[in-house]
Design a protein around this ligand. Structure first.
Ligand code: GTP
Ligand code: MG
Length: 432
């Protein structure tokens, strides 16, 4: 391994903490796949061991208790046999389902959303990341407060009486809402800073390329390999939460390449909302590199790429062209490799570890932008050195000639930027 595997990989949970042992449960329709592997991976990242699995086949999960009464009974017995002290559910539970499951089973029950939120909370490092995670957690907990205080509500007595519990819930909810409002205000301030930064980058007029993809696909490793950046990498889910942008120089031209938070199937909507500003980096990119882990079996690859496409749609990243990048090619056997090429002829196969395909990927990035390039001929006055420097970064294949009136420049620039050079224009035509 070239990157990562620092001591932090196993040490992100304090040692000595009682090992939690979770029984994994899911309700799914007949014929629908249940991939417990991913929930296990999420739990492992959160420091919890998976010790058993149970699937209930139903058209819809039970509205009150997620599992039906028969399966509940079976699960209760299995918990003892597996010595499990926790139940983890592969879906987001309604507060009522969660409460009923807990009282029927006598152990804490957590859902997929809570696990993902917990991981985000322990991986958030920057002020913005922490605020975004806290906001998502509060939104999630707010819906559950009634559940938390239900035993006190019952103490309140019959219909029409206002018990102590109810007052407490109202106080807690008000506090939570106040905190949510305060967090949103603080995030707005952080976001306006980010917009300023983005505006500066846009002034630099470099094409923006975003790495998007499933968590653990290899996005950060690829950014490091392409740009020499040192973004931490790890074999755990949601390692990266904060966006990092680096300059990628290829074909004599500069591009801004951004690595950001990964996606997952059933990504909690609270996180999509709270991470709006972070996801903006992807939404506003000129080109999206959809990075997928080529080393997983075909059915998982299909599920993962579909989940990423759905999330891109959800965050409104619909305009920019996409390139599918199949990462970790060094893990492929000959047969799987040719199958992948056959099934996804447009994809680029790369390995950040061996360097395979990185040049093809760079060519592909250039080609995507080249489609929009226009050949321009300009006369830039000697006094406008800034404009010349900008052109040098933007247009790699630039030819210049000093004349009495200024610098005569022949170059190819992205169509969207041609208007910036209108005052200096001698001629323009589509690039060939
Ligand atoms: N064999 C192999 N492993 C790779 C390659 N690229 C990344 N990995 C491994 O895959 C794991 C995840 O890599 P990351 O770059 O952290 O993945 P990511 O997409 O940034 O993940 P998140 O930030 O968690 O969303 C790490 O253990 C990497 O070492 C590759 O080209 N070959
Ligand atoms: Mg990463």
């Amino acid at each position: 391994m070239l990157n990562g595997s620092g001591p932090e990989l196993d040490g992100h949970r304090p040692r000595g903490r009682a090992r939690q042992r979770a029984y994994l449960v899911a309700a799914a329709r007949e014929g629908d796949q249940v991939q417990f592997g991913e929930l296990r991976e999420l739990l492992r990242t959160a420091g919890v061991a998976g010790v058993g699995e149970l699937v209930q086949r139903r058209e819809h999960p039970h509205p009150n208790s997620y599992l039906g009464p028969g399966k509940l009974e079976q699960l209760k017995n299995s918990l003892g046999e597996a010595d499990a002290n926790l139940v983890a559910c592969d879906d987001e539970l309604s507060p009522r389902q969660e409460r009923n499951l807990e009282s029927a089973l006598g152990v804490p029950v957590i859902d997929r959303t809570a696990v993902i939120l917990d991981i985000f909370a322990s991986h958030a490092h920057t002020a913005e990341g922490k605020l975004q995670v806290e906001l998502a957690q509060l939104e999630y907990n707010l819906a559950r407060m009634r559940g938390l205080w239900s035993h006190l509500e019952r103490l309140g007595g019959g219909i029409g009486t206002r018990g102590p519990g109810e007052t407490q819930i109202e106080t807690d909810r008000r506090l939570a809402r106040d905190r949510i409002a305060a967090l949103k205000r603080r995030l707005d301030r952080v976001h306006s800073n980010r917009s300023v930064m983005r505006a500066e980058r846009e002034r630099a007029h470099l094409p923006q390329v975003a790495l998007a993809g499933y968590t653990n696909a290899g996005k950060s490793t690829l950014l490091n390999a392409l740009t020499g950046a040192a973004v931490p990498v790890g074999d755990r889910l949601f390692h990266t939460l904060d966006p990092t942008t680096r300059v990628l120089r290829t074909g004599g031209r500069d591009y801004l390449l951004t690595d950001t938070v990964g996606f997952i199937r059933k990504l909690p909507h609270q996180l999509v909302d709270a991470f709006g500003a972070t996801l903006e980096e992807t939404r506003l990119a000129d080109l999206i590199l959809h990075v997928a882990d080529a080393s997983v079996p075909e059915d998982q690859l299909a599920t993962m790429t579909a989940a990423v496409e759905d999330t891109l749609l959800e965050i409104g990243a619909v305009d920019a062209p996409r390139v599918l990048v199949l990462a970790k090619a060094d893990q492929l056997g000959e047969q799987r490799r040719s199958e992948l090429v056959r099934r996804r002829p447009d994809a680029v196969l790369v390995s950040a570890h061996t360097g395979e395909g990185l040049d093809v990927l760079c060519d592909r990035i250039q080609a995507e932008f080249a489609r929009t390039l226009r050949r321009v001929e300009l006369l830039v006055p000697y006094g406008d050195g800034g404009r010349l420097a900008e052109l040098h970064a933007l247009a790699g294949d630039l030819e210049r000639e000093d004349t009495a009136d200024g610098v005569r420049v022949r170059a190819r620039v992205p169509a969207s930027l041609v208007h910036r050079y209108a005052p200096f224009m001698l001629s323009t035509r589509p690039s060939s």
